[in-house]
Ligand binder design. Structure first.
Ligand code: SF4
Length: 267
């Protein structure tokens, strides 16, 4: 039995009309739960719309653009990051499957990148997740120390904004244990977008776990129709290890469960 009955057609139509005020627009994530609900609902509706081609990629592109816009509106601290600096691209990266599929769609057009991803996936299989960060293996998307897939990079790559290059070098090159110099509230913004994505995936009846990026990309690139097969329920990514840290984050899990219960009757 659902906790709350589904809203009537008219109630839902009114709600969707109100959502237009917030959908795809930057908002203060800790102060505007209504905007968070509207954007989550939009992602869920995108994932549920079987008439929409590449709906998983579209939902991922929406989330990626939303985190950019929110950070652009809220992060005012001086940023140390610049093109050609790639210390944070030598670490473990995970993503939701729609983000993987979105990136894979772009990668297919560049065979040398596909070959690098396949090699990186084999290497990733051989290194346990716990050792992966300290291994400092360059991401296969790096070209001349810049992300060759910048427009399609996952949410986890987008929030890593630093206020100190020397600190990044100590942490990400020399493996020193110290707190990462995150700019402003990027961690809270990233957590909020992750909660929205996971909630939308659950509401659409799709797997919501984060998976290791390179192995997941290698699977997605095996088939031209990987997105439609995954959306149809094929467990294409079952062999890819989930991100343990992401899976065991109880704060995120609790908030996702809360939003799922809240939004399910509105779809
Ligand atoms: S996808 Fe791009 S931004 Fe993310 S780790 Fe790889 S090179 Fe860096």
């Amino acid at each position: 039995m659902p906790l709350h009955p589904r809203l009537s057609f008219d109630e839902r139509a009114k709600l969707y009309k109100e959502d237009e005020t917030w959908v795809g627009k930057p908002f203060e994530v800790t102060l505007n739960p209504r905007a968070m609900q509207a954007n989550t609902r939009y992602m869920a509706q995108t994932l549920l719309d079987t008439q929409l081609e590449y709906r998983a990629s579209r939902a991922a592109a929406f989330a990626e653009s939303l985190i950019n816009d929110i950070m652009g509106a809220q992060i005012t601290a001086p940023i140390a990051c610049s093109k050609g600096c790639s210390y944070c691209c030598n670490t473990y990266v995970s993503a939701t499957i729609p983000e993987v599929l979105h990136l894979a769609r772009s990668l297919r057009a560049t065979p040398p990148r596909v070959a690098r991803v396949q090699a990186a996936a084999i290497r990733a299989q051989q290194i346990p997740q716990a050792q992966r960060e300290a291994s400092r293996i360059p991401c296969p998307m790096l070209e001349d120390n810049a992300c060759s897939e910048y427009m399609h990079r996952p949410v986890s790559c987008r929030y890593l904004l630093s206020t100190s290059l020397p600190a990044c070098i100590r942490i990400l090159k020399d493996n020193q244990a110290e707190e990462f110099p995150f700019a402003g509230s990027v961690v809270t913004i990233r957590t909020s977008v992750i909660i929205m994505m996971k909630t939308a995936l659950i509401l659409a009846g799709l797997p919501h776990q984060h998976v290791e990026l390179n192995q997941a990309l290698a699977v997605a690139l095996r088939h031209d129709d990987s997105e439609s097969r995954w959306l149809a329920g094929e467990p294409l990514f079952a062999e890819v290890p989930a991100d343990h840290a992401e899976q065991s984050n109880q704060q995120i899990g609790g908030l996702v469960a809360y939003f799922v219960d809240l939004l399910r009757p509105t779809l």
